[in-house]
Write a protein that binds this ligand. Structure first.
Ligand code: BGC
Length: 769
């Protein structure tokens, strides 16, 4: 070839290249970010069903019983909608290579895990985060969780858990925001924003999944998985609002609950999954079942067999089968037999593909192992976790200002740190905190030692071990590597008891850390009695009798029976499961480097027999404040030990000057309520201003009080701030069982503002037609 020919050929090539460039760019774009509909058009029925399936990343018998092909083989042959329970980054990349390199259509897998309150940096458990009454804090914490999880290859978290819980016997109260729909909705919104951010494509966010849809917290007798019977008005007014808030905040997925709701299992419940979620709320994401819940429709006695289970779950509106293999086994046959149409299948697959596209999985299917450590070990994550502990603990009692303790060594020379949870590490994370790759945890004992250094002598005594009477189903599960405390002989327990009492005698102050190990307050961790178990009550009484001032720190997932402590112990600090920085954050509060400002998201019972107990109940014909009323129980007061919204501080606050903008307003109008909050003590602190309303009459009885606004404010000593709330149609409406619709009614309303649900400062207004 002559030089001239070469030149001509080169020119021609350039022309071809220039002409084809835009086509190539488009082609490569299309290849990296396909359209969901184009993908669907290329898919076989089996490939579609695989997208509707979540495969167990660790082998399970349930799955094996349905499907004899190994999950990896399925991913290789047909792809997979999702894989769950793989938390190791290397494993995630390995699985992803199978789907992307080896499956016919190269559709990436969506990896899901329970990143409930952190992946590496573990934040306080959700009930604790709700106790902060600080949605910004919650949003920030979940955005850290999202960053860490996404860096580790998890693009989907099974959170937020937004189940309203009014019965502390139920072990999963710890995973939610407590008993109140308004606070629950605020926490749901904050978590969705934290997890998903504004743009799911960003490498720092994950898809959120609101769960468990819906009514799981109302399990009969507080027994996990038991049936819930919830009238429609309670569904709309109490149990559904946090879910609705999550949908409004753009939550991309939902998980159906395990239990029967009004006799129809939630995972096959068309009213929930279709009428409420799709029709009433226009939810555009996809629904996954809870683990194995599709197959469990047979166990419930709702489905005849696997065919029927797949049919009932799918036709109710459930897109993805979590790990039961029932869709894989039966769905294609259902289509071939004409019970389910291809159009229905396509409609169910579409939001799953769209989600993968939104997440940018086609462009970036793999995690960058090189970047991982840098994200996980970001020092600011630890700071956020410590601040979260400081802001979420609730000071329940502080007689004669026992707290804060002096760390200088001048007022106290020694402290005894006592109790079976004082040196706990993994247990401070709660169950789900153990599922990812948790950082080393700072125990409360270590936190106290870090705080006082050599200025104060710290002595530790464990006391007798505490154990569940019936082992947890999660004990020994590699996914959440947690253990019970070892069994002890009666002799060993007695010695541990006596050592603890002796240690308390030798010290100036005692910090007792009691409560529940992580496996005592979690899934499948309901209890019939909420006593301090395993001899802890007896130990507390013996230590208190030894005569030294006692600070009780509670590590637990729900209110416990502490009526004795509430009379006999100097100070009580509710720490919940405080996470990686638990020890440091608690020590900050105990020794006054942080001022507690957390408030209870639940009514604190006096005795287990009071449950379900909640502040926003209706007024009866013999209300507590009526003349002559004694009590509905003859052995105990009806009221809680500590009311919903309650929490102390090292300073004090006064609430005055409640103003309602209009004495009368038209239905549909908004009113402004303002109140002055003053820090009346001598140190800076946070108040949580709470606004409650009551509608005096209407088409239905209305709760005695309902939270309709709150704001956490920091005030310097002596400072005053006016807090403003808006009461608009959204706050004033309720779902009327008489009208079968949402209603704002022309009636008289009461308003209260203050520090908890018993606030006295009162105002009123009337709505007119
Ligand atoms: C729990 C869910 C969880 C799922 C996946 C189930 O047992 O009820 O809350 O998301 O397992 O781990």
């Amino acid at each position: 070839m002559s030089f001239g020919t070469v030149q001509r050929t080169m020119r021609l090539r350039w022309i071809v290249v220039i002409l084809l460039a835009p086509v190539c760019v488009l082609a490569s774009f299309a290849q990296t970010r396909p359209s969901a509909r184009d993908l669907l058009a290329q898919m076989t029925l089996e490939e579609k069903v695989a997208q509707l399936s979540q495969l167990p990343g660790i082998p399970t018998d349930d799955f094996k019983e349905q499907v004899d092909t190994a999950p990896e083989e399925i991913a290789r042959k047909y792809g997979a909608g999702s894989v769950l329970w793989v938390s190791d980054p290397k494993e995630i990349n390995r699985w992803q290579h199978i789907a992307v390199d080896e499956s016919r259509l190269h559709i990436p897998i969506l990896f899901g895990l329970d990143v409930i309150h952190g992946y590496h940096t573990i934040f306080p458990a959700p009930i604790a985060m709700a106790s902060s009454w600080d949605p910004k804090l919650v949003e920030g914490a979940q955005s850290v969780a999202a960053q860490e999880a996404r860096a580790a290859g998890i693009q989907w978290t099974f959170a937020p858990m937004v189940d309203i819980a009014r019965d502390a016997r139920w072990g999963r109260m710890v995973e939610g925001a407590g008993e109140d729909p308004y606070l629950g909705a605020a926490m749901a919104r904050a978590q969705v924003l934290g997890f998903q951010g504004k743009d799911l494509t960003s490498p720092d966010h994950v898809l959120a999944c609101m769960k468990h849809f819906a009514g799981y917290g109302a399990a009969d007798g507080g027994r996990d998985y038991d049936s819930s019977y919830i009238p429609e008005e309670a569904m709309w007014n109490v149990y559904l609002p946090p879910f609705k808030a999550a949908v409004d905040a753009g939550v991309g997925s939902a998980m159906s609950a395990y239990m029967d709701l009004n006799d129809v299992p939630a995972s096959g419940n068309a009213w929930l999954l279709h009428d409420v979620l799709r029709e009433a709320w226009n939810f555009q994401g996809f629904v996954v079942s809870d683990a194995v819940a599709v197959h469990s429709l047979i166990t419930h006695g709702y489905a005849r067999d696997g065919d029927d289970a797949a049919y009932k779950a799918f036709s109710a509106g459930l897109n993805m089968d979590m790990a039961s293999g029932t869709y894989l086994k039966y769905l294609a046959a259902e289509v071939r037999q004409g019970r389910i149409s291809m159009q229905q299948i396509d409609d169910a697959v579409l939001p799953i593909l769209e989600t993968k596209i939104r997440l940018g999985l086609f462009e970036h299917p793999y995690l960058d192992e090189g970047r991982l450590q840098q994200v996980l070990n970001a020092p600011e994550h630890l700071e956020t976790a410590r601040a979260a502990v400081q802001r979420s603990v609730v000071l329940l009692r502080n007689e004669h200002n026992l707290l804060p303790l002096d760390k200088s060594g001048k007022q106290i020379k020694s402290v005894a740190v006592i109790g079976p949870l004082a040196d706990a590490e993994g247990d401070l994370l709660g169950m789900w905190g153990n599922i990812g790759k948790p950082r080393p945890t700072v125990s409360i004992l270590q936190g106290i030692k870090n705080k006082v250094g050599s200025a104060v002598r710290v002595e530790f005594a464990h006391g007798p071990n505490i154990r569940r009477d019936i082992a947890s189903i999660f004990e020994g599960n590699p996914l959440v590597p947690m253990q019970e405390q070892p069994k002890q002989s009666a002799e060993e327990a007695k010695r541990a008891f006596e050592d603890a009492v002796a240690a308390s005698r030798r010290s100036d102050v005692v910090v007792m850390v009691l409560g529940e190990i992580g496996l005592m307050s979690a899934e499948a961790a309901s209890r019939s009695s909420l006593r301090l178990s395993g001899g802890q009550q007896e130990l507390l009484e013996a230590v208190a009798a030894a005569g030294k001032p006692v600070v009780l720190v509670l590590v637990n997932g729900r209110p416990l029976e502490i009526s004795w402590a509430a009379e006999h112990v100097g100070a009580i600090l509710e720490a919940w499961y405080p996470g990686s920085q638990g020890g440091n954050g608690i020590a900050d509060v105990l020794f006054g480097d942080a001022n507690p400002g957390g408030h209870l998201p639940v009514s604190w019972l006096r005795a287990t027999g009071q449950v379900p107990i909640y502040y926003n109940h209706n007024r009866t014909q013999a209300p507590e404040d009526a003349p002559g009323f004694r009590s509905r129980y003859w052995d105990i007061l009806t009221t809680p030990l500590y009311p919903f919204g309650y929490g102390l501080s090292y300073t004090t606050f006064s609430f005055d000057n409640l103003k309602v903008s209009q004495a009368e307003a038209k239905v549909g109008a908004s009113l402004e309520v303002s109140v002055d909050v003053t820090n009346t003590g001598s140190r800076a602190g946070d108040a949580v201003a709470q606004l409650y309303i009551h509608q005096r009459a209407g088409s239905a009885s209305r709760p005695v009080r309902q939270l309709k606004g709150f704001q956490r404010v920091s005030l310097a000593a002596g400072a005053k701030q006016t807090i403003h709330f808006t009461l608009g149609p959204e706050e004033l409406r309720f779902w009327s069982p008489a009208k079968k619709e949402w209603a704002v009614e022309p009636e008289q309303f009461d308003v209260w503002a203050g520090e908890d649900s018993t606030a006295k400062l009162h105002g009123e207004f009337r709505l007119t037609q």
